[in-house]
Design a binder for this molecule. Structure first.
Ligand code: OFO
Length: 170
């Protein structure tokens, strides 16, 4: 049976992952509204990634005899000044999620909850990838600058992203 302190922290993380999904869905709508269907597609796939993350915590909590609690979520922003501003906001958000995962890991170590610590190792690695991927796009947009054809080329590249459920090793 999982300790209440850990269960509460995991429930908070479930909400954060669900908020991430909503934030990226909102960004997807923004990109569609400025006719960047590839950027919009990339964000939609990100929604699936975040839903996967929240469900991983949800299922883990159930497996440990805890009770997932679904909380009300704040509304995400719905407008950004530019594709760069949106991706910079996504990068900043991912950094905050990394910090949250790190704090959760500190707690699991403090409470000697080895099983939760093992689960969190996957998320620690995943956050390295999340930050890297988003930052790569931020840097590409910066390189492109005002070159409209470059944005269209990047849009075409982002259009190809598909959701591949991560392979979880036992
Ligand atoms: Fe769940 O990694 Fe992004 O937020």
């Amino acid at each position: 049976m999982i300790k209440t302190t850990i269960a509460d922290a995991i429930n908070e993380q479930i909400s954060k992952e669900m908020f991430s999904a909503n934030l990226y869905l909102s960004m997807s709508a923004y990109f569609q509204s400025v006719n960047l269907a590839g950027f919009a597609n990339w964000m939609r796939i990100q929604v699936q990634e975040e839903t996967f993350h929240s469900m991983r915590f949800f299922d883990y909590l159930l497996a440990r005899g805890g009770s997932p609690k679904i909380s009300a979520l704040a509304a995400p922003e719905s407008k950004w000044d530019s594709p760069l501003a949106a991706f910079q906001a996504a990068y900043k958000h991912e950094q905050s999620i990394t910090e949250s995962i790190n704090k959760l890991t500190d707690l699991a170590i403090k409470e000697s909850d080895h099983a939760t610590n093992i689960l969190l190792q996957w998320f620690i690695t995943e956050q390295v990838e999340e930050e890297e991927t988003v930052n790569e796009i931020v840097e590409k947009i910066k390189l492109i600058g005002d070159f409209t054809a470059g944005i269209i080329m990047l849009d075409n590249e982002l259009k190809t992203r598909v959701f591949t459920p991560p392979v979880i090793k036992a």
